[in-house]
Design a protein around this ligand. Structure first.
Ligand SMILES: Nc1ncnc2c1ncn2[C@@H]1O[C@H](COP(=O)(O)OP(=O)(O)OP(=O)(O)O)[C@@H](O)[C@H]1O
Length: 302
């Protein structure tokens, strides 16, 4: 899959603090890229670096296969829609009036505005004042503003923050649809895995400015250490063979904790060689959340 965003050694320092540390991001085309990390880990700063709102201390940004620099920046930014921090709509104006301001500022055609509003399914709400919108509607209007220029890349900083479950689901469905049906590459940040795991196909996990994981959800699950449940007529032989991993022994079953997925065949071979009669072997799969907590070493990302 060709990459829409590639960064090489991207670094941002403020005085002595390294806020973004040697990031090598790789965001494939038309995916929803979930950018995860606790508050203060550097997600917003990274997004601002991609949008040229902040100057990198070192490293490079390549978007749509082109290096971003002073001369290319302006043209490249025309292909990117962004929502950083809260949506910038005027509360005392209606949704339609706000969209008209965007239209004039960016010199767009009315059809582009209509299309952006239709994309977020807000046609019926455009006559209402924004101050009467729910938070979810405000976010969708903000996303419509970001979509108005028909971007190929959408960068959204915590769009689900503060939304109720129904609002999160609306944003999730919208992100999935934009990527699948309109071929837009969506980068979306969050500090909560649960908020983005069902919309993102690729995850990047940031901790203290460093990318500690980047890959598909399947790759993340491959990092898991599930328990192995062995049904056997010889639990003592099994337990004896694996004393090093402190197995728990039942009448006809032994649980061997934290066996790396790739090592399962080897474990089974070892048991058979030891003379154990094996009736069945099953991995107790771990949830993405458990894998994630083990990887980041924290109890959730708060
Ligand atoms: N302009 C700035 N000057 C100095 N420090 C900054 C500046 N902007 C951000 N920081 C610091 O950089 C670190 C990362 O902040 P950033 O906002 O990028 O993190 P984040 O992961 O987006 O967190 P949050 O979700 O809370 O916004 C924080 O310690 C923050 O205080």
């Amino acid at each position: 899959m060709p990459a829409v965003v590639t960064t090489t050694g991207l670094t941002k320092k403020y005085k002595n603090q390294t806020v973004v540390d040697s990031l090598d991001l790789h965001i494939p085309e038309a995916c929803v890229y979930g950018f995860l990390g606790p508050n203060g880990s550097g997600k917003s700063t990274t997004m601002k670096l991609l949008l040229s709102l902040v100057e990198p201390t070192s490293g490079e940004v390549e978007i749509f296969g082109r290096r971003m620099d002073r001369s290319s920046r302006r043209h490249m930014l025309e292909g990117i829609g962004a929502l950083i921090e809260s949506p910038a709509a005027y509360g005392h104006l209606t949704g339609r009036e706000n969209m008209r301001i965007v239209q004039h500022m960016l010199d767009l055609r009315p059809a582009q505005i209509d299309r952006a509003v239709a994309s977020v399914r807000m046609e019926g709400q455009m006559g209402k004042k924004v101050q009467n919108y729910s938070l979810g509607m405000k976010q969708r209007l903000g996303i419509a503003m970001a979509l108005a220029r028909d971007p190929k890349l959408l960068v959204l900083d915590e769009p689900t923050n503060g939304l109720d479950p129904a609002g999160i689901e609306e944003i999730r469905d919208l992100m999935i649809r934009l990527a699948a049906e309109e071929g837009i590459t969506v980068m979306v940040s969050s500090h909560l895995l649960a908020e983005i795991e069902r919309m993102a196909t690729v995850l990047g996990i940031l901790q203290q400015g460093r990318l500690i994981f980047q890959g598909s959800k399947e790759d993340l699950v491959d990092r898991s250490l599930p328990d192995l449940l062995v049904d056997t007529a010889d639990p003592d032989i099994v337990a004896h063979t694996f004393t090093r991993s402190l197995p728990s022994v039942g009448t006809n079953r032994v649980r061997i904790p934290e066996v790396p997925v790739a090592q399962t065949p080897e474990v089974v071979r070892e048991l058979v060689t030891a003379g154990a009669r094996i009736e069945g072997v099953r991995r107790e799969e771990q949830s993405l959340e458990t894998v994630f907590i083990k990887l980041t070493g924290r109890e959730g990302l708060l």
